[in-house]
Design a protein around this ligand. Structure first.
Ligand code: G3I
Length: 378
């Protein structure tokens, strides 16, 4: 309880770095990283504005509240390796420098994905699909270059992202079609060679759904049987107010714990708007047309929903805490409600409220609920 009562005024350094209003915005009772110290790391994803110091308000929150960062976009293939033989590391370098300067646990996201990967990666000079060997060579070169550049500086890599379909089978990506199912093993091997100390993660959404979870369990077991160093499974947790239930979340974490891997909650947010799609998903390619009924809180979030969100976050954190021997990190996907990708997905231009800090950078009731949940250690 003491933790939550003590009013933590962040350091004078914040005043110098970000100005008075940003420092004031970072003044909150307690801090997430302190509340969960010894349980798991707590972090946020940063995009270009925060990495480049153009969003002082969010940066002040990040420094005050979090001890780990993830790159929302800065390390995706299309960003760092847009053309054959051409790498662009400026933003990624600044991201890693930000984390190191502030002694944070720095996450790399991601090395292999079916999105945000340029078309040329899969084709030769004549536009023909590459052979298995040629694509493996390209994958190896990419991973060695990117992981090698940040060896010892990025502590954990999302090596393969979203390789599973909803039924638990492997997604029919070009990686799978050209290389075959062992593209996953190969990616982990290349990453391990490039930085043997880095913690390697398989990252996906909807692993709380039994069929998809079983697919991930099969995948982890296969990697383990082959001696591939997989350290953790990333549960993205792009959640809604009702799904997944606390029981489903708990069962999912325990299922991976039973395999001897850690769990990282890698991309947490809670959508409060009406579902625009039938089933839960975080598939970035999904697009739904604008519709007023899908954007009901343009002028503000009703208090009843604000409280529902707070209870929802408290429930989730109670589950994470109950599994603290397995859960190594909980990372929010973006910093404030205004930054969230959920304002533009799957419907463009909505006003969503999925995070702990509002559009002014002020902590919401959900923030207080997450802090309070830390006091109820099982
Ligand atoms: O930076 C460009 C800007 O220059 C351009 O004017 C603008 C026009 O659309 O696009 C900007 O890039 C956008 C980028 O986000 C930065 O805001 C891309 O179009 C947009 O596709 C991209 O979306 C990202 C999405 O992944 C696709 O890569 C989201 O920010 C990011 O939050 C989201 O993150 C994913 C995880 O990587 C994997 N799991 C799901 C999660 C949420 O979709």
């Amino acid at each position: 309880m003491f933790r939550n009562l003590c009013f933590r005024v962040q350091s004078i350094a914040l005043l110098g770095a970000f100005g008075l209003s940003a420092a004031l915005a970072a003044q909150t009772p307690g801090s997430l990283k302190d509340a969960y110290k010894g349980d798991f790391l707590v972090g946020a994803a940063l995009d270009a504005a925060q990495i480049e110091g153009k969003d002082a308000r969010a940066d002040a929150i990040v420094l005050a509240q979090f001890n780990t960062i993830s790159p929302a976009n800065a390390l995706k293939w299309a960003r760092v390796h847009p053309k054959p033989g051409k790498y662009r590391f400026k933003l990624a370098d600044r991201y890693v420098a930000f984390g190191r300067e502030h002694h944070m646990f720095v996450v790399g996201h991601n090395l292999v994905w079916h999105n945000q990967v340029p078309g040329w990666v899969f084709r030769d000079d004549k536009g023909q699909l590459l052979t298995r060997d040629a694509l493996l060579q390209r994958l190896k070169e990419h991973i060695q270059t990117v992981v090698g550049r940040y060896k010892g500086q990025i502590q954990s890599w999302d090596v393969v992202n979203e390789a599973l379909d909803e039924d638990g089978s492997l997604r029919q990506s070009l990686w799978l079609k050209i290389i075959g199912p062992d593209y996953i093993e190969k990616a982990f091997e290349y990453a391990h060679e490039a930085d043997p100390q880095a913690q390697l993660t398989y990252n996906d959404y909807n692993l709380e759904k039994p069929a998809k979870r079983e697919g991930a369990i099969r995948l982890v077991k296969k990697l383990q049987a082959e001696g591939i160093p997989i350290a953790s499974v990333g549960l993205q947790n792009h959640d809604s107010l009702t799904w997944p239930s606390a029981a489903e979340e708990d069962a999912t974490i325990k299922a991976f714990a039973a395999l001897g891997v850690k769990v990282v909650v890698s991309e947490l947010d809670v959508n409060v708007l009406p579902n625009a799609n039938q089933q839960p998903t975080a598939d970035v390619s999904l697009r739904v047309g604008r519709n007023k009924a899908l954007n009901p809180y343009r002028k503000g979030l009703p208090d009843s929903v604000q409280q529902q969100l707070a209870r929802r976050y408290a429930d989730l954190f109670r589950v994470f805490l109950a599994n603290r021997a397995t859960v190594a990190r909980v990372t929010f996907w973006d910093v404030t409600d205004g930054d969230s990708w959920l304002n533009n997905w799957p419907v463009k231009g909505r006003t969503n409220y999925p995070l702990l800090f509002d559009r002014q950078g002020k902590p919401k009731p959900a923030y207080d609920a997450v802090l309070a949940a830390a006091d109820r250690k099982p």
